[in-house]
Design a protein around this ligand. Structure first.
Ligand code: CA
Length: 243
């Protein structure tokens, strides 16, 4: 916890941290190597208790969960994640050798977002992860985002408008990326801390205001600063269009 993890998380943020819960060492290794190669940070667990311990420390951006595990089955862990306020929004992909329709239904009812049947190719798994993340956490994908003539390119780490490029610090960049992928919704300072800084980060809520101010300053030259709206008593909202 604390600084080391936050630094690691920031490094890994673009690809996202993935918790792999898989008891077969060869499969766990194959998955981990491929995910790391694709730019993800990988956390590994071989059973549900290990996975629980990891999640208490670190909130992953996605969980790959094997169905058949020694001890409690994967579906139990999926239900557990869904029933806890802190973990209920983590995307879950179930991995299983079972291909029966009934099992798929149980898996999806337990809260899984998708379902991959073994054997699968690493390429297929990565494609599924990307699809789930695009749906659940678009700020973690490398897709270019465009809102109100602002264009944010996560790979080039560049923000531009018709009037020219916009220089942003790393936190302002992540904040703008989150806002542009979640426009027209109000976020409290605590929610922004969770989404932009990450879970388990002990920063004061007024830090959010400091970075909002910097973001507005950076957006001022191209007159996009008014997209960042203060919602009195609640937090902030990013507008889809200039007023
Ligand atoms: Ca297994």
């Amino acid at each position: 916890m604390g600084t080391a993890w936050n630094e690691r998380r920031n490094e890994a943020l673009m690809g996202g941290a993935i918790l792999v819960v898989e008891d077969e060492p060869a499969i766990q290794e194959l998955i981990a190597v491929n995910l790391e190669h694709a730019g993800h940070q990988v956390l590994r667990a071989a059973n549900v208790p290990e996975a629980e311990a990891l999640v208490r420390e670190v909130l992953p951006d996605l969980v790959l969960l094997d169905w058949m595990l020694p001890g409690p089955p994967g579906v139990n862990f999926a239900r557990q994640l869904r029933s806890d306020q802190r973990t209920k929004d983590i995307p879950i992909i179930m991995l299983t050798a079972r291909a029966q329709e009934q099992d798929k239904i149980v898996g999806l009812e337990s809260g899984a977002d998708d379902y991959v049947t073994k054997p699968f190719s690493p390429r297929e798994l990565l494609a599924r992860i990307k699809a789930v993340m695009r749906r659940r956490a678009p700020q973690l994908t490398e897709d270019v985002v465009e809102v109100a003539d602002l264009r944010l390119d996560p790979i080039a780490h560049r923000v531009s408008a018709a009037a020219g490029n916009i220089d942003l610090g790393p936190t302002e960049f992540r904040m703008l990326h989150f806002f542009m992928t979640h426009p027209e919704r109000v976020y409290s300072r605590a929610q922004l801390l969770d989404e932009v800084w990450g879970d388990h980060v002990f920063v004061e809520e007024r830090t959010v205001d400091v970075h909002i101010r910097r973001l507005r300053q950076a957006l001022e030259p191209t007159e996009h600063d008014s997209l960042v709206e203060t919602v009195r008593g609640t937090g902030y909202r990013f507008r889809r269009a200039l007023a």
